[in-house]
Design a protein around this ligand. Structure first.
Ligand SMILES: Nc1ncnc2c1ncn2[C@@H]1O[C@H](COP(=O)(O)OP(=O)(O)O)[C@@H](O)[C@H]1O
Ligand SMILES: [Mg+2]
Length: 295
């Protein structure tokens, strides 16, 4: 769950989609990777996490199954983050990869990874733990701008990781600089350049592009115009990035959301009748359907 900007609802949605799916009978783990501003545990009613990602970063614990905490909610586990060593907030790259690999192997139906704000490489790596990361945006120009920055960063990082030949990887790396001297200005330009350099890598590039399918959620909508935002982001992804994004839904701006966090309880427990709870369930249903996860 990423999106670039802070305060758009990433943690609200991570916690509440995780809860909603666990309530539907799935086995779910919610993971907080926002080491700079960890608060997923609070949304899930865990006041002081006993162990957290900070213990993994520091090397005190290296098995992620030992970091899993129970929550008050049946079928919903938590891997929390807490302020750890201020000098070394994120695990270094190698350890991060190990962590991401372990996350993919967790024995559960869904893993929700809550990302921090910004497009730091560590944040992008957490977002890319699956090919179908959820992007949360607010119907405001600043959030939309940050979303594109985020998609761009995620796209290039994904492509760089997928390429195998040194010179092609180098070309992808150079293309990350918007003013690169190769004259590559868009992902489609890059695809052409890679195809030209090495047809086999070109095929791999195109296949990776097809599998990279971010999913869009618009949070705190207030007007019909706001609802349409997801569709325009989707068409821009297609036009400028050559990728398909799915618009999985929206949630209205609703006092019920604030009420639920004040009580440190899931929205569906506190205000099941609220519009936001209905939209939330609709989104959770779509995610379950798309994953085809057996219950
Ligand atoms: N749909 C909504 N309606 C009303 N308030 C919301 C909604 N979504 C989020 N909020 C409020 O916005 C605040 C920030 O949300 P949060 O999930 O912490 O953002 P992020 O994790 O993206 O920084 C929350 O504390 C919550 O009170
Ligand atoms: Mg957050």
């Amino acid at each position: 769950m990423g999106g670039g900007k802070g305060g758009v609802g990433k943690t609200f949605l991570s916690a509440n989609l995780a809860y909603t799916l666990s309530r539907a009978g799935y086995k779910v783990v919610a993971v907080d990777t926002d080491i700079e501003g960890p608060n997923l545990h609070t949304w899930l009613g865990v006041s002081k996490p006993r162990v957290s990602l900070a213990d993994y970063v520091s090397g005190r614990e290296s098995r992620i199954e030992h970091l899993l905490l129970e929550t008050p909610h049946h079928g919903l586990g938590l891997l929390a983050a807490t302020h750890g060593d201020l000098a070394a907030a994120q695990p270094e790259a190698g350890r991060r990869l190990e962590f991401l690999r372990a996350l993919r192997e967790l024995p559960c139906d869904f893993v929700f990874v809550d990302c921090g704000a910004g497009a730091h490489p560590a944040t992008i790596d957490y977002f890319l733990v699956g090919d179908e990361g959820l992007l949360v945006l607010h119907p405001e120009p600043t959030s939309i701008e940050n979303t594109y920055t985020f998609i761009r960063a995620a796209f290039y990082r994904r492509m760089h990781a997928a390429m195998q030949k040194h010179d092609v990887r180098e070309c992808v790396r150079e293309a990350m600089d918007q003013r690169n001297e190769r004259g590559i200005r868009s992902p489609l330009d890059l695809l052409e350049a890679v195809r030209h350099m090495d047809p086999e890598e070109g095929q791999r590039f195109a296949a990776t592009m097809r599998s990279f399918r971010p999913r869009i959620l618009v949070n705190e909508v207030a007007t019909a115009e706001d609802v349409k935002l997801g569709f325009s982001v989707r068409s821009i992804c297609r036009k400028f990035f050559g990728i398909e994004a799915d618009y999985v839904g929206y949630i209205n701006r609703d006092q019920a959301v604030r009420d639920s966090v004040l009580l440190r309880k899931p929205l569906l427990e506190v205000r099941p009748e609220a519009d936001s709870a209905v939209y939330l369930q609709r989104i959770a249903g779509k995610l379950a359907e798309a994953a085809g996860a057996p219950r």
